[in-house]
Design a protein. Structure first.
Length: 427
């Protein structure tokens, strides 16, 4: 049955039924099916598509933004780009589609697209092929890295000394971890441009001032010390805003964990174990804990005796009583009486000693692990603690007596942290 209406193009009568005609364009709605489908296109597809890819890091450019895709190849990325570029006619219902990629060469992928659906009650199927050309470029991030771009410098120095190898390694680890975490959140401006060893420390050139500030704060939070900022005007941006390059001067405390010092307020040397806040350590004559006065902070007046690396192993001769013992002097090989601190095991046959102006002093066995604590390694994670007191602790299955870092509370029965670094808390 016809409605008496005629196709304006060919003059044929048009069916009265329009239930399947969901076309919004009234000019084509009145056409008969033959005329309508004569110029009908189910799919609107570009003749070709260009995919900009960074040849260095593999990032893909979306209009004006670069994004990391982490793809081994770009087939899936190309499929996504083609899918987003395709358009299906509004009149089509029950649409089904599929894309079949064909790798032509390293920089060309041919996408075979098949679409089908119902239009005016008729089944329509259409195939289109979209060539995707991969354009190798350099993203802004890689361009900046290659050009040595940076806006901040973190200078690692010591107060009256050079930072130790362990402190330097730990500071670099802190910087690299922080920057990597920022990069993992999608910050493509996060990178370390260069790490340079200087005559008195280490310089880290970092991409942004915000990152430089974050790195400096994290270093002193863990290793102690202070940081000062020195901004320098370098240019103006396109809007006339001043652009500054900031130097963050990190100065580590005067003493480092693992050093042996002789404070002027003490009668015997102290093994430094922490410089976060007030300097803390162990008195080598008694084994008791030591903490510098608040006004002295991390730099009490003291003479340097040496470091744990400079200690010498020697033989225990005998134990005189609770407070004294005899060892062989490693230089004269004579038997000498020395103070017996509480951390010395009564079954010990050898001990490590260091010489100060007042004589020989024994170091705790734990002193050999100061470096591992500083570098963030805890070999006893998950191990039960046999006992702890204010100064020492021991682990199940280990006959050593360890001095107790401040992060390990006396109430702990098991080490659950991954680190024993100064003020970091166990969980």
């Amino acid at each position: 049955m016809t409605s008496g209406a005629f196709c304006p193009r060919c003059g044929e009568s048009v069916s009265a039924s329009s239930d399947d005609r969901t076309v919004s364009d009234s000019r084509t709605e009145s056409l008969c099916d033959a005329c309508y489908f004569e110029q009908f296109e189910l799919v609107d597809a570009p003749s070709t598509l260009e995919l900009a890819v960074c040849s260095h890091c593999g990032a893909v450019k979306d209009e004006t933004q670069w994004r990391d895709v982490g793809a081994a190849d770009y087939t899936d990325v190309a499929i996504e780009a083609v899918t987003e570029s395709l358009g299906v006619h509004l009149a089509a219902t029950d649409v089904e589609w599929g894309v079949e990629p064909e790798q032509i060469d390293q920089n060309t992928i041919r996408m075979h697209c098949v679409f089908s659906g119902q239009v005016r009650g008729s089944y329509r199927r259409e195939e289109v092929t979209v060539p995707v050309r991969i354009s190798r470029q350099s993203c802004r991030r890689c361009g900046r890295i290659a050009g040595g771009y940076y806006t901040s410098i973190v200078q690692l120095r010591g107060d009256g000394r050079e930072p130790s190898k362990e402190e330097t390694k730990r500071a670099i680890d802190i910087a690299e971890t922080y920057v990597a975490d920022r990069e993992a959140t999608g910050d493509r401006d996060a990178f370390i441009t260069e790490i340079t060893e200087t005559s008195d420390g280490t310089d880290l050139k970092i991409s942004t001032n915000q990152l430089g500030s974050g790195v400096a704060k994290r270093i002193i939070r863990e290793l102690g010390g202070t940081v000062e900022e020195y901004p320098t005007l370098v240019t103006e941006d396109g809007d006339g805003n001043e652009v500054y390059r900031v130097t963050y001067a990190v100065r580590l405390p005067k003493y480092a964990p693992g050093e042996i010092i002789e404070p002027e307020t003490e009668s015997a040397p102290v093994l430094v174990r922490s410089v976060a806040g007030n300097l803390k350590g162990i008195r080598l004559d008694t084994g008791e804990s030591y903490e510098a006065a608040a006004e002295a902070g991390s730099a009490p007046q003291a003479d340097r005796v040496g470091t744990v690396e400079q200690a010498t192993e020697t033989t225990v001769v005998n134990f005189e009583d609770t407070y004294a013992m005899q060892v062989l002097d490693p230089e004269t090989y004579a038997s000498v009486t020395v103070a017996r601190p509480t951390f010395v095991d009564s079954a010990a046959e050898t001990v490590s000693v260091i010489r100060s102006h007042s004589g020989l002093y024994i170091l705790p066995e734990a002193s050999t692990s100061v470096d591992s604590w500083l570098s963030g390694t805890c070999p006893y994670r998950g191990t039960k603690l046999l006992f702890t007191n204010s100064d020492t602790m021991s682990f199940q299955g280990d006959d050593k007596i360890w001095f107790r870092p401040a992060s390990v509370r006396c109430s702990f029965r098991e080490i659950q942290c991954t680190t024993l670094i100064q003020r970091k808390c166990c969980r």
